[in-house]
Design a protein around this ligand. Structure first.
Ligand code: NAD
Ligand code: TYD
Length: 345
């Protein structure tokens, strides 16, 4: 089975490709990524030599480039590429609309033209907006995004559903809660807090820190994506969650305890405008249909993530300094073309 993964150089994408290469030997993977600030080919350096992997440098919103890539023929598409950081979408929403909305339209149109058998669209819990206390949203809940990021993802979902309805494109939408784990760019809460705490620098907590998120280890989510590719029902929307929202302060205090650092590092800072108070999803549909459930407890997954960050200080340093961006220039040259994969030898 030939599978096109978009956004494979990012956090979830790189963990997904590593998992697919290790656990799905029938899959051949093409990774299409524009390598924005969030795309880091060093995330895949250990697996990029696999004969079942190749990388293509392209923009999902560039219809001509995407059309060329699709000439290779794919059985499945896992569409992850996106602008993903809420705070950045408050500074400038334009790249979010281009990549998340136009990019999704380009991808699903290409999938339609080429008769792709499965298109898994990676959406987010943020499309539902904030959940009331003690409630969790199932897939029938109204779409009510708060940030430009969430609005762009919601727009993409609606486009995908329109292609399902009108053109019978066999698309599946996954809406997952916050992920954490190795290779997460240090602008997101968990890796940012770990990095700061390791250096005894203040941990910036927005507002009162009582906003709640339902954290899922990235490996658990990648298994969910593989399950959806194999056995998801075309046309369906599935929520994926761990089922235990916890406040940011709770997460940060657990982190500090695991790191052996004092709570005096916590600094309450100005809140994020429009900050969603609580995300909570009911994932019973996905669990029952696909037989999926998370394998890692939060405490275990967080401890492993702390350890990963501790022992990958050089990766973090290269993210911060921007040095990781030279990796592409050193190993690839032809933009927009299908390239032979880079071999570690
Ligand atoms: P990320 O920001 O770490 O990576 C995004 C990747 O997409 C990068 O490799 C980047 O180079 C690539 N990209 C961006 N614009 C592109 C373009 N125009 N063309 C091609 N590639 C482009 O993101 P992530 O955290 O890995 O998230 C992946 C997907 O999962 C996104 O669709 C996101 O909305 C969704 N999601 C993420 C989370 C989370 O907690 N991280 C939770 C729910 C849903
Ligand atoms: P983030 O990782 O940006 O994910 P999202 O906004 O998509 O949920 O943030 C997770 C939570 O942590 C969110 O409630 C905002 C909060 N947060 C902070 O309190 N301080 C920070 O420096 C960051 C980046 C996030």
């Amino acid at each position: 089975m030939k599978v096109l993964v978009t956004g494979g150089a990012g956090f979830i994408g790189s963990n997904l490709i590593r998992l697919l290469l290790a656990e799905a030997p029938d899959l051949e993977i093409t990774n299409l990524d524009e390598l924005t600030y969030a795309g880091n080919l060093e995330n895949l350096a250990d697996v990029a030599g696999s004969p079942r992997y190749r990388f293509v440098h392209a923009d999902v919103a560039d219809a001509a480039a995407v059309a060329r890539v699709f000439e290779a023929g794919f059985d499945g598409v896992l569409h992850l590429a996106a602008e993903t950081h809420v705070d950045r979408s408050l500074e400038d929403a334009a790249p979010f609309l281009r990549t998340n909305v136009l990019g999704t339209q380009v991808m699903i149109e290409a999938a339609r033209r080429h008769g792709v058998a499965r298109f898994v669209h990676i959406s987010t819990d943020e499309v539902y907006g904030s959940a009331p206390p003690d409630a969790s949203f199932d897939e029938t809940a109204a779409i009510c995004p708060s940030s430009p990021y969430a609005a762009s993802k919601a727009s993409a979902d609606l486009l995908v559903l329109s292609y399902v309805h009108t053109f019978r494109v066999p698309a599946i939408i996954l809406r997952c809660t916050n992920n954490y784990g190795p290779y997460q760019f240090p602008e997101k809460m968990i890796p940012l807090m770990i990095a700061n705490a390791l250096e005894d620098r203040p941990l910036p907590v927005y507002g009162d820190g009582l906003q709640a998120r339902d954290w899922i280890h990235v490996e658990d989510y990648c298994r969910a994506i593989l399950a959806a590719l194999r056995a998801g029902r075309p046309g369906q929307v599935y929520n994926v969650s761990a089922g235990r929202p916890r406040t940011n302060l709770e997460v940060i205090r657990t982190l500090l305890a695991q790191l052996g650092k004092p709570e005096s590092l916590i600094r309450f800072v100005e809140d994020r405008p429009g900050h969603d108070r609580r995300y909570a999803l009911d994932s019973a549909k996905f669990r029952e249909e696909l037989g999926w459930q998370p394998r890692r407890s939060f405490e275990e997954g967080l401890a492993a993530t702390v350890e990963w960050n501790r022992s990958n200080a050089a990766w973090l340093e290269r993210c911060r300094s921007g040095a990781y961006r030279s990796f592409y220039e050193r190993h690839y040259t032809n933009r927009g073309e299908t390239l032979a994969h880079w071999r570690t030898s």
